[in-house]
Design a protein around this ligand. Structure first.
Ligand code: SF4
Length: 499
């Protein structure tokens, strides 16, 4: 007979959570390493309440949470056709052969529908961050660091925005332990709408929070540029005609010059004899007039005159006027040529003020946007069907709709189920983590019942939405819920169960 060690006894008193590969032993009254599950008197409990989304009564209707605890909740208060069981708080499936925690049937407009509901463990995931600014935040491919650890990099800029690519397996699991931990914590915080401090190698310090203005080197960014310099010339050419002899829109991408630009030509703008120092692309459009920076129009310019060569004496005349302005309208200056054809800064005339205000007015508020991106193409699919590739095909054939916490997602073309979702469209604190490290995100698959049958779904685990609303748990039955909450559908999100 083998003697039990004290460690064996300690382990016997604990329960083992098998909701992720960490397989924590959890003592009574304690929670596991992810703080998502706990031991409640020998029963495994999912600590966050299951979130049920309630359809808005009408377009103008405002709904607010009215109950905090499932124990008090009479499911009759919500009509089943107006309820959608999200995966927030539903629990995960591990190992992967298990059916999802909830496989819910409902009837919509007389059609039988099924929604498979599960929290997914995303080992392959990251966040794409769009920062509305034309300021240079760092060289493309430069590392982005949090607490000194690399968590991603600067990627290709978009129109009026700088972009970061954060997370991914390379940082989650391919580097050191601390790198993985910090990357996971960074993604979790950003996806749950918290502010995160970052530093770009050879670049700016950033304070980023989804849905809020970015803070770059301690300065809150207010405006997103109206367009590149060329586009700005095109948009406002007619408004400047007759008010000024030349307009230069200073921009790190394309600096626009009115008299040379096609927009100016079309309306008969005369030549001014101006010379721009930069790489001429097409008429009136110049690349690389300066280095990228945090000055005029995302360049490093503090004095825009440094991009001008001498005016052509055969064309330019003393007294000729010149407006120089950036693409956000934040920087502007007015000049008149002296006897030697040198531009001299003078007070901005009243007649040009409305055009400056018009540029400002056309700038949208600068925001930080965070899109969670993850691959649900792996074993998560086995929670839906015994033949996982059938789910992928069903999603690609648009027979199955994928949502995250009830929010619509974009599915990338190609193999697998690679999705992207705006984190501000999910309920609050919808994301979790496990210390493998990986992010936990809610995911729901909704389809007609006949399509669920066709893809080989776990039909014996289907339960009615009435039962879920009444507080029953899925047939998988390997953990208890700590409660349920309902929340109102966000006005911008479509109702996820549609025919
Ligand atoms: S980390 Fe969380 S989900 Fe994973 S085994 Fe531990 S308690 Fe369970």
């Amino acid at each position: 007979m083998t003697m039990k060690t004290s460690r064996d006894k300690r382990v016997e008193e604990k329960i083992r959570c098998d909701a992720c590969p960490v397989m924590c032993y959890i003592a009574d009254g304690k929670s596991g390493a992810c703080d998502r599950y706990a031991n409640d008197g020998g029963q495994l409990v999912r600590l966050d309440p299951l979130l049920v989304m309630q359809r808005r009564i009408d377009d103008g209707g405002q709904l607010v949470p009215f109950l905090d605890n499932a124990d008090d909740w009479n499911g009759d208060l919500i009509a089943p056709q107006d309820a959608f069981v999200t995966a927030v708080g539903a629990g995960t499936t591990y190992p992967d052969y298990k059916p999802a925690p909830f496989i819910v049937s409902s009837v919509v407009d007389g059609v039988d529908m099924v929604t498979v509901v599960s929290e997914g463990i995303f080992s392959y995931c990251g966040a794409k961050v769009k920062i509305d600014t034309d300021r240079h935040i760092g060289p493309e491919t430069a590392l982005v660091r949090v607490d000194g650890e690399p968590v991603g990099h600067v990627t290709t800029g978009e129109y009026g925005s700088q972009m970061l690519s954060l997370g991914g397996v390379h940082h989650l699991t391919g580097g050191g332990k601390k790198e993985g931990r910090v990357t996971c914590a960074t993604l979790l915080a950003l996806c749950n709408g918290e502010a995160v401090d970052m530093q770009i190698d050879d670049g700016s310090s950033l304070l980023l929070q989804a849905g809020k203005p970015p803070v770059i080197n301690g300065v809150v960014e207010a405006r997103m540029r109206v367009g590149c310099g060329s586009a700005t010339v095109g948009m406002f050419a007619a408004q400047w005609q007759g008010l000024v002899d030349e307009v230069v829109i200073v921009d790190d991408h394309i600096t626009g010059v009115m008299s040379e630009h096609q927009a100016g030509k079309v309306i008969g703008w005369p030549s001014s004899g101006i010379k721009i120092i930069g790489r001429r692309s097409t008429p009136g459009r110049y690349f690389q007039v300066a280095e990228p920076g945090t000055g005029w129009g995302g360049t490093n310019l503090t004095d825009p005159l440094t991009i001008l060569g001498p005016f052509d004496a055969k064309i330019a005349k003393p007294g000729q006027s010149l407006l120089m302005i950036s693409t956000t309208g934040e920087q502007f200056a007015y000049y008149e040529l002296d006897e030697n054809l040198l531009p001299i800064e003078t007070e901005m005339p009243e007649r040009l003020q409305p055009s400056i205000r018009r540029i400002e007015e056309n700038c949208e508020p600068a925001l930080t946007s965070v899109s969670f991106m993850g691959g649900a193409g792996g074993s998560l699919r086995a929670g839906v069907t015994e033949n996982p590739v059938m789910l992928t095909r069903s999603v690609k054939d648009a027979l199955t709709r994928v949502t995250c916490g009830g929010a619509p997602v974009y599915i990338w073309p190609g193999g697998g189920i690679t999705l992207m979702v705006d984190v501000t469209s999910l309920p609050e604190n919808a994301f979790g983590y496990v210390p493998t490290p990986a992010l936990v995100a809610p995911i729901e698959f909704t389809m007609r019942r006949e399509d669920y049958i066709a893809l080989g779904g776990h039909l014996d685990h289907v339960m009615s939405i009435d039962d879920v609303l009444a507080g029953k748990i899925g047939r998988q039955n390997d953990h208890k819920l700590s409660g349920k909450k309902h929340f109102a559908q966000q006005p911008q999100n479509p109702w996820p169960i549609r025919r």
